[in-house]
Design a protein around this ligand. Structure first.
Ligand code: ADP
Ligand code: MG
Length: 238
């Protein structure tokens, strides 16, 4: 335990919560499959970043997480890789319809970046990633969602439009990511986020990432996450 505390210190990681899994040092420590390791190597990622070292074991164990780390620290892979493992663990993957992983981001640009990153890691498994944000016609998006996907990356407003149009069945969603939660609040998406959360199973895993943690984000996190582990890397503003 002393050793774990020192290791976290050297990475500027602080954790709180019940029974926090210990951080990993390498991608291999996560038990990722050869296929996923291949995709990681292809990306040129040699070692996990600090937020990834602590987030991987937490998310892989099925726990909810509040991850706070500055921009550029590798938060996308911190949730995308365990999400893919979670999806591949589903026993009846081919039998049902609807996304298992749902990722919300505040802007089209951010959602698009996540979409590209998710696709790279989903590809070796043949998992389908759908992008749901402005820029594509609603009809095109409707058709794409109707064709089926395992992961959806969305801005909140457009995802709600698609749910209303019955383009997408959210009942299979078991892993919800709220990325850049502070910015989603700044842009006024709190009602949309609450509506999306209400559509996804209560026994879901919820992952919330943010660069800062203002009180209103903290309050939402307390309402929609269960027994989360909180991970902070470096210094973080309110
Ligand atoms: P954040 O969401 O925290 O702002 P990103 O997930 O966008 O950060 O990652 C920032 C950059 O770091 C991206 O170009 C990404 O490909 C790269 N990256 C992520 N993880 C690693 C890693 N383990 N090793 C090297 N580069 C990485
Ligand atoms: Mg990010």
């Amino acid at each position: 335990e002393q050793e774990v505390a020192e290791y976290r210190n050297t990475l500027a990681i602080r954790v709180s919560g019940f029974d926090v899994p210990r951080p990993v040092k390498t991608f291999e420590d996560c038990g990722f499959s050869a296929q996923l390791m291949g995709a990681i190597t292809k990306q040129g990622y040699e070692n996990p970043t600090p937020i990834q070292r602590q987030a991987f074991p937490i998310v892989l164990s099925g726990r909810d997480i509040i991850g706070i780390a500055k921009t550029g620290s590798g938060k996308t892979a911190a949730f995308v890789l365990p999400m893919i493992v979670h999806i591949m663990d589903q026993p009846e993957l081919q039998k049902e319809e609807g996304p298992i992983g749902v990722i919300c981001a505040p802007t089209r640009e951010l959602a698009h970046q996540i979409y590209l990153e998710a696709k790279k890691f989903a590809k070796p498994y043949g998992l389908r990633v759908s992008a749901v944000y402005g820029g594509m016609s609603k009809l095109e998006q409707f058709k794409e969602l109707k064709a089926g996907c395992e992961i959806v990356v969305a801005t909140p407003g457009r995802l709600i439009d698609m749910i209303k149009m019955k383009a997408v069945n959210m009942s299979r969603g078991t892993c919800l990511v709220l990325d850049e939660a502070d910015r989603m609040f700044d842009l006024g998406f709190e009602p949309q986020i609450r509506s999306i959360v209400g559509q996804i199973r209560p026994d879901r895993q919820t992952l919330l990432f943010s660069a800062t943690m203002p009180y209103k984000v903290e309050k939402l996190a307390r309402e929609i996450l269960s027994d989360p582990v909180r991970v902070t890397v470096g210094e973080v503003g309110m």
